[in-house]
Design a protein around this ligand. Sequence first.
Ligand code: ZN
Length: 511
Amino acid sequence: MTSNADQVMIFDTTLRDGEQSPGCSMTQPEKLRVAKALAELGVDVIEAGFPAASPGDWEAVNAVAREVHGPIICGLARCNRGDIEKAAKALRDAPRHRIHVFLATSAIHREYKLNMAKDEIIRSAVEGVKIARDFCEDIEFSPEDASRTELEFLAQVVEAVIDAGATTVNIPDTVGYTVPHEFAELFRYLRKNVRNIDRARLSVHCHDDLGMAVANSLMAVVAGARQIECTINGIGERAGNCSLEEVVMAMRTREAFFNARTGINSQRLYPVSRLVSSITGMPIPRNKAVVGENAFAHESGIHQHGMLKHASTYEIMRPQDVGLSRSSLVLGKHSGRHALRERIRELGFAIDDTEFARVFEEFKILADKKKELFDGDIEALVLRSEGSNGGPWTLAGLETQSGAGSARATVRLTHTDGRTVERNGEGDGPVDAAFKAIEEATGLRPVLRKFELRSLSEGEDAQGEAIVYVDHNERSYRGSSATTDIVESATRAFLEVVNRIESSQKAQAAA
Ligand SMILES: [Zn+2]
């Protein structure tokens, strides 16, 4: 690596812009787990949420600020005192924290959303930055919809917020409208026309509506941006955000071209990508760059021949550089603690002793049912979300009977308050019947939106993962579970959803 390469900061917004997108909501323990994984990945800034959005968001940002060490912890706020004070309070326990204030600047937003004139926008942006400076020295400002803002006006806004104390100015392509060449010109324009531009770090934030978020972000770096805002697997509003793993590997693979580098530990990319996919239920397309299942698979004969002679004939990155070290060795019931621990490490996961003890227990139970355990099985054991064993309800018994077109199920549930409830349900099939029995037992009747089953590994005794998506009181929830029995997986996934609903109702009642 060249030593004179400029450092580009990686600002991860998986927990804010990513989490805001439909179907990607996470519980607080899940957000903490992702934040800890991001810290290990080596991101420079974690945008943990939008504290003023809801009490739950505030709590989550505060938990990340208290428990996650290393990166700067950031919270988003609109340009008003209420939002900024909430963000400051949520963040104050983090040794290094940043307040990120934003205000839209484009004509279309000024007119239709804010109903504010240009001078009012500048006044409000300056005011927001100044209020934030009372709490914190590290202030980022984003002119929302910057890429559709008149260049001259954008330059005025940027100059004014830097004078007011913004230390980072982020240029968002909020609607994913710009193209690489044009976006680079925008950055060049700002560097040339904003008098005090050297006093702030320029940042870029792109959306992928036209599939150019990564390309646009890279061109911004070429034109002087020194912070990239991105999300794991590119999750985010609509088509998503700039994907962290792609932008990081592009800079790493072509470091000489960009003459810039990031501080990311690329070998953690694959595990973090799997973790976020598993928690949000957003699958990674097989052909996704860098972390897709096929990203390093060579099927065609000509390629394989070249690969055998020399990997670099067709490979610009090595699988181990992104943390992919698939081993063909399978584990079984005679595998000991050491072998399991070693495999978990090879798969890129860092888990503590308490968690390992739980995983090992479950590993032994699974190994009794299943002869061979593949990497997919081990990942499922490690990733099994806390929601499934942290909720108020636990599955203590499940029986099903099914005949032609009808089925009955009996579930026995225990509650953390000491109750044991047993109920029956009837339905078209055993899964349907078990869901009805859980509804009877818990009194919760969420609307089932989607139900998916997939096999996690190979063989007829493979673990089946069930994923359940429901709506309840205008919120969406997702639950998943993997066991060797699909009816049991489905029942546990549904129970996880019920646990989440009950926990969130409790949190709302307390707020
Ligand atoms: Zn965004």
